[in-house]
Ligand binder design. Structure first.
Ligand code: HEM
Length: 345
């Protein structure tokens, strides 16, 4: 946290007028966070929120979901785990969760101390605090209801929503950010929306597959699974993944053949790589009969793929080094070339 001067943007003049700055009676702020420091904090929080998905999956895949049979205490008498492998895996994940929670809280507080303070950043940062509280409740309910699939599914899907909000915060916290029109033709903008929606649908179908499959989280003991035909659910999930693959291939062509920025083209390539890898892992785990190590990779791959899809979507309005993007004002106007000398990722 430091006082680093930012590149002034006209919007900054407006932002400084927002109410509630952390100021002493005079003009001196009690504590300020620079735009650069805030974006770094937000980026670290986004990475942590993605990592905790993988550590949470490890609890399920080692069958440690009920290693601590109660919540928030690990046993009825102690908050710390007793000396047993599953209890320590579950307790370890609770500790990691606490660290992430502290970090999310720091970002929320930093959003209030950021100079200039911005309402959209404050809302996004505090939305993550709300999401974290929601996750604590759902996680607790999962334990109290013996890892019932709907709670485990909701736990994963809320994590994906939080990762989306965290990436949006990183995107908007860029000191060069200001509202801008999408750096693409309308058709490409819609194609990218379709890609994100399909990726979301594949995630939901994936959680249904998991809720129907054998990895309940407690070594398969006493856990009711979703009463669905596993083969058919898996098939549907894989079909949706193949549809997504087709859409991403179409995106690769679209970003080459139409006017857009280098940022969008680069992010489309990342997404294509993530989809290819994830589909390969998906079929590998299926044909190997779901070994926990490969399923863990599949969860990590799903998280990376979701980040890549969201990041690509945000890339349409990403700040870049050069002048503002020029997009034709009307469909009949002669298209102006879009900037391609982007430095952003
Ligand atoms: C775009 C590609 C894909 C994405 C984003 C994706 C995502 C997911 C997600 C989010 C889960 C649930 C993880 C959890 O709840 O912990 C899942 C589970 C699963 N996926 Fe995929 N998947 C993809 C492709 C595939 C493919 C091609 C197959 C091939 C059959 C496949 C097979 C499975 C199976 C069998 C499960 C259940 C694993 C378990 O029992 O825990 N997936 N997937």
């Amino acid at each position: 946290m430091s006082n680093v001067s930012e590149n002034r943007h006209p919007r900054a003049e407006l932002e400084e007028g927002l109410p509630g700055d952390l100021r002493q009676s005079g003009d001196m702020p009690i504590l300020t966070v620079s735009t650069v420091a805030f974006r770094r904090l937000a980026t670290a929080a986004a990475v942590l929120l993605a990592l905790i998905v993988v550590s949470g999956a490890a609890v399920r895949l080692t069958g440690s979901g009920l290693g601590c049979p109660t919540w928030p205490r690990c046993t009825s008498t102690s908050i710390v785990a007793p000396a047993s492998y599953h209890a320590w895996v579950e307790f370890g994940n609770r500790v990691v969760t606490t660290v992430v929670g502290v970090f999310v809280a720091v970002v929320a507080l930093a959003s209030l101390a950021r100079q200039p303070r911005r309402r959209d950043l404050v809302l996004l940062a505090w939305a993550q605090v709300a999401g974290f509280v929601g996750q604590a409740v759902i996680g607790g309910l999962s334990v109290l209801y013996d890892l019932a699939p709907p709670f485990v599914m909701a736990h994963f899907l809320l994590s994906m929503a939080m990762v989306w909000a965290a990436l949006l915060l990183v995107h908007r916290a860029d000191p060069g950010w200001h509202p801008r029109r999408p750096a693409a033709e309308r058709e490409l903008t819609w194609l990218l929306r379709l890609v994100s929606a399909t990726a979301g649908a594949v995630l939901v179908l994936g959680t249904i597959t998991t809720g129907t499959g054998p990895h309940a989280g407690d070594g398969g003991k006493h856990i009711r699974r979703l009463a669905l035909p596993l083969e058919r659910v898996t098939q549907l999930h894989a079909d949706a993944a193949l549809l997504l693959t087709g859409l991403v291939v179409a995106t690769l062509f679209a970003v080459r053949l139409t006017d857009t920025t280098a940022v969008v083209r680069r992010r489309a390539l990342w997404l294509a790589g993530a989809v290819g890898l994830q589909v390969a892992i998906g079929y590998t785990q299926y044909f190997l009969n779901l070994p926990p190590g490969v399923v863990e990779l599949h969860v990590a791959g799903a998280t990376v793929l979701w980040c890549a899809a969201v990041w690509l979507q945000l890339g349409l309005a990403a700040p870049t080094a050069a002048a503002p993007v020029a997009v034709p004002a009307t469909r009949t106007a002669r298209p102006q070339p879009l900037r391609t000398a982007a430095t952003d990722t």
